[in-house]
Design a protein around this ligand. Structure first.
Ligand SMILES: [Zn+2]
Ligand SMILES: [Zn+2]
Ligand SMILES: [Zn+2]
Length: 344
């Protein structure tokens, strides 16, 4: 993400701020323009556009689009189900999920990826449901499963609880589990449906990730029963990617978004580590990592950044920033994602 400045005083503004910490102007972000507006005393009037109604409820700091009738910003508009708000814990968790979702949308807009939202009930439009487990009358727990189906992304709100997410991460033996990671993974399934439509693309996708026509339910069951194949690290970015070609596609897609978003942020802060190979020189920063035709260039810049960031985290006793290893097979999969997004 790039660095934002307060339109009133030019102090740095962070993506989730609703107010400037220096001049105390109320602030709102216009996502499609990628600009900040200072609000008038009544929190209205920025460019004659109103703030998202969810500003008061969950601290959403985005402006509504011109002509909007819903009262919501373009991100909140895509959320069609929220948890029971009579419980303040649910409200906090929903707020965290929307924060991560706005960061997802920021990246999607930068890539110029289509974000269709048709009226409710139409199969295939992008929707988000943030739901919690519920106790049934028979005393059994109705479990909400995080996942994607026909353009609807469901996230169990417990994932917004750090302690629970960490417990889930350890139980599943994952090196990385975050809200933005969930969003970048799940939205990949939506874009698979939307973008991998021609027979040529489907065949190229099969040649890269495997045949997605194998039964999804059976494949997942087998994955959880037997674990990933022994040599998964050679060809998959994560153990879960082995579960089914759709999951491999989604995991690789998420990593592509991590990489480009990470590079944009590093450049904004002037972080440009030297490649670790002998005699290497600093690389010249890429103008706009969201639109680079040569994937090799992105990878060439990303690898030294992850090495440096891992070292920084270890210096603070934290887990690795980027606990993944790439191989030529994985780079080839990234190439498919890169070309698919570039074509948009
Ligand atoms: Zn300011
Ligand atoms: Zn909003
Ligand atoms: Zn998935």
């Amino acid at each position: 993400m790039r660095i934002f400045l307060c339109p009133t005083c030019e102090n740095q503004v962070h993506f989730n701020n609703t107010q400037c910490v220096n001049c105390f102007s109320g602030l709102a972000y216009a996502p499609l323009e990628d600009e900040w507006a200072a609000l008038g005393p009544d929190n209205l009037g920025a460019w004659n556009r109103e703030c998202c109604t969810n500003r008061e409820v969950i601290g959403c700091n985005w402006l509504r689009e011109i002509g909007d009738q819903s009262g919501l910003c373009v991100s909140c508009l895509h959320t069609t189900k929220i948890p029971d708000m009579s419980d303040p814990t649910n409200t906090r968790q929903w707020a965290r999920l929307e924060r991560a979702k706005r960061r997802l949308f920021y990246g999607l807009f930068k890539f110029g990826l289509p974000l269709a939202r048709e009226p409710d009930g139409i199969e295939g439009s992008l929707k988000f449901e943030f739901l919690g487990d519920e106790m049934r009358p028979d005393g059994k727990n109705e479990r909400v499963v995080t996942g994607h189906a026909s353009g609807c992304i469901t996230i169990n709100i417990e994932e917004a609880d750090d302690a629970i997410r960490e417990k889930n991460r350890t139980a599943l033996g994952e090196p990385y589990r975050t809200l933005i990671g969930h969003f970048r993974h799940e939205v990949a399934h939506y874009y698979w449906d939307k973008l991998v439509v021609s027979e040529d693309l489907k065949n190229a996708c099969r040649a890269t990730f495997g045949d997605e026509r194998q039964d999804y339910g059976d494949a997942l069951k087998a994955h959880y029963a037997n674990g990933p194949r022994q040599d998964w690290q050679q060809s998959y970015v994560s153990a879960y990617a082995c579960a089914h070609p759709w999951e491999d596609f989604a995991e690789t897609w998420a990593h592509y978004l991590h990489m480009v978003g990470g590079l944009e942020t590093a450049y904004a802060y002037g972080i440009n580590p030297k490649p670790t190979r002998v005699g290497a020189q600093h690389l010249v920063q890429l103008d706009n990592p969201y639109h680079v035709s040569d994937l090799e260039k992105l990878i060439e810049h990303w690898i030294p950044l992850t090495v440096a960031m891992n070292a920084m985290n270890r210096a603070m006793g934290l887990r690795d920033y980027y606990p993944f290893v790439w191989t030529p097979v994985i780079s080839n999969k990234l190439k498919f994602i890169h070309d698919l997004i570039e074509a948009q």
